[in-house]
Design a binder for this molecule. Structure first.
Ligand code: BG6
Length: 491
């Protein structure tokens, strides 16, 4: 009997995430033979769709996602059912329960149940407790709860939410999605570090001068203004994706590659984040909001003129920060981070800058000798570059930087379902390594909450402070300049 055969119940099945990421991912898993025929997908939402309409929508989503849809797609769609639900009434769960049981019989599924909450977070707690009280977690197999961000909007709300879902699910049944952890090159950070004799010995404050993480986007808030204006870049990107990358770069080598060992090293790294006092935040963090500008030669409006945004909004669409990790390995090495909307380009990159050698024997060319860099390209290109110094042609006493590039996958993949496909596959297999543990969530909120407290006390008087199509406000450059560093270009 295979432990991956299961029923997936998707709450929010009429929504954008289901359409763009989940259905294509499930289809890819099916095509690769991971689901066999023993699986069922139940879509649910408020809308009064029939199963027929649901299947049409799933099929349309597959075509829209540009993956190759094969002729036998009907066989795949036959595993999909829809049931409308009001998630606040217990009768809805009783109906759902009946449907699950009948599909388990029909497809010979051994009682394994995966509940995927791809919808507004205010209902997460309610749904979890009804799933338990109405007996939906009493199947013969395993139960797993997959939840999308945001996991609360600060530490107290995250704690409350966690307490609610923990009444119905154990920590090891809860899979908190951070889709960055499904990205190929984010998963590669550990391999680059722990499988290479040439990096790990240097991976500390004796040889690394600073680390820079940039995750820039050229899109604005699009149609998500209602959510984003209450969230802001710090909650939307830093609390989760960026701090997860910090943890992977900073963690100690795990004893082995088990979920518990890896998570516990990440947690230890996050525990070492240097806390800031509220009145110190301005020394370490910079916020920005985009004004109008040009992206790819098109005029674009400023944030305050976007749909569903308060015209006097004080929400940050850009954050840059200097994060310090107080442990033996990292004392004194700044991790600079920046992320924002409507920046010059869509790109996520990590630059590890090594310290200068003790003296320069060579003539200075235009610049000082170039520092060694290791660049991890997360997206759109995926790969690794190393910047080192070589001899300048025809001149034995001058150096010139040479760049060694390894392209992992030169095809732009940023909006394809790959990350979700991997994570869904992991969840079906019971592998929670690339999902965030509650302790990681709590430590990240604790760090981020101080910054918001400081910002809430003082309105940003200079918003908007960067033009669309740029790399953010000048203060983000100053943050590094004052330490004698600069942001390395992302191109
Ligand atoms: C999401 C944020 O978590 O990540 C979005 O809510 C952001 O605002 C997105 O655009 C970025 O993800 P990616 O994979 O495109 O870098």
């Amino acid at each position: 009997e295979n432990h991956t055969y299961c029923t997936m119940v998707i709450f929010g099945a009429t929504g954008d995430l289901a359409k763009r990421k989940l259905f294509p991912s499930i289809y890819n898993l099916y095509k690769k033979g991971y689901l066999d025929e023993k699986f069922a997908v139940i879509g649910t939402a408020r809308r009064g769709w029939s199963t027929e309409v649901f299947r049409e929508n799933v099929e349309k989503a597959l075509h829209d996602s540009k993956i190759e849809v094969e002729a036998n797609v009907e066989d795949f769609l036959a595993h999909f059912d829809y049931i409308p639900m009001d998630v606040t009434t217990k009768e809805s769960y009783q109906e759902l329960s009946k449907l699950i049981s009948s599909l388990e019989g029909e497809f010979h599924i051994p009682g394994n149940r995966m509940f995927y909450l791809a919808m507004a977070p205010q209902f997460f707690g309610t749904i979890a407790s009804f799933l338990k009280s109405e007996g939906l977690t009493n199947g013969d197999g395993w139960n797993r709860l997959i939840i999308e961000k945001p996991f609360g909007h600060d530490l107290p709300s995250a704690k409350k939410l966690n307490a609610e879902i923990r009444q119905a699910f154990e920590e090891d049944e809860i899979y908190r999605i951070d889709h960055y952890l499904g990205k190929e090159m984010v998963q590669n950070i550990e391999v680059i570090r722990f499988a290479n004799a040439m990096f790990e010995p240097l991976w500390n404050n004796r040889y690394i001068s600073n680390i820079q993480i940039t995750s820039s986007e050229s899109l604005g808030v699009e149609e998500r203004g209602g959510y984003y204006d209450k969230s802001g870049a710090l909650r939307d990107m830093v609390q989760n994706h960026i701090l997860q990358m910090v943890a992977l770069l900073a963690m100690e080598p795990p004893i082995k590659l088990s979920t518990d060992e890896i998570r516990s090293e990440k947690i230890r790294a996050l525990r070492a984040l240097r806390p800031m006092a509220i009145d110190e935040v301005d020394e370490y963090f910079v916020r920005g909001q985009y004004g109008p500008g040009q992206i790819e030669n098109q005029e674009v409006p400023g944030y305050r003129s976007e749909e569903n945004i308060n015209p006097e909004s004080n929400t940050e669409t850009f954050v840059a920060g200097k994060v310090l990790i107080d442990n033996f390995r990292w004392a004194g090495v700044p991790f600079y981070i920046r992320t924002g909307k409507r920046m010059a380009e869509k790109s996520t990159k990590i630059v590890i800058q090594f310290k200068d050698i003790p003296m320069n024997l060579y003539y200075k060319s235009e610049d000082e000798m170039h520092p060694n860099l290791l660049i991890i390209h997360i997206q759109p290109d995926q790969g690794i570059s190393i910047v080192m110094n070589g001899k300048k042609l025809d001149n034995s006493k001058e150096t010139t930087p040479v760049k060694l590039d390894y392209c992992n996958n030169c095809v732009d993949q940023q909006n394809t379902p790959e990350a979700y496909e991997k994570l869904l596959h992991d969840a079906i297999n019971g592998d929670a390594t690339n999902f965030t543990h509650w302790d990681e969530v709590a430590l990240s909120w604790q760090f981020v909450d101080t910054i918001y407290q400081a910002w809430a006390e003082k309105k940003a008087t200079d918003f908007p402070n960067y033009d669309s199509g740029t790399m953010g406000p000048k203060a983000a450059d100053d943050l590094l300049n004052q330490d004698g560093f600069k942001w390395w270009p992302i191109a």
